[in-house]
Ligand binder design. Sequence first.
Ligand code: SF4
Length: 115
Amino acid sequence: MDLKVIDHATCTFCGCVCDDIQLHADDTRIHKAKGACVLGKAWFLNHTTERHYPAALIDGKEATVEEAIQVAADLLYEADMPLVYGMSNTTCEAQRECVAMADLLGGLLDSHTSL
Ligand code: SF4
């Protein structure tokens, strides 16, 4: 099987953001992540282009992304002390939006690394 080699890939699983990973991939999945730690390897190798879940859920039921965003916005707006939490497996751009949202809400911001 011919695998495409991608040099200098960035792992965004944890805050280290290693940017010297070499990936070996076909059209649907990554088969090797040279230079990644055990967490990074698990992250790269278990993420595929296959869709296992709907784009959004509300109370466990499939919903459109627009509907889910509206419900999330309502919950955050009504919260006494909103917490914007997580942000692993997300891009820098998405993390920037999380920080802006926490500022706008007057809420708290925390990452999974506090665990
Ligand atoms: S999970 Fe590992 S490879 Fe990925 S950014 Fe963190 S330390 Fe680097």
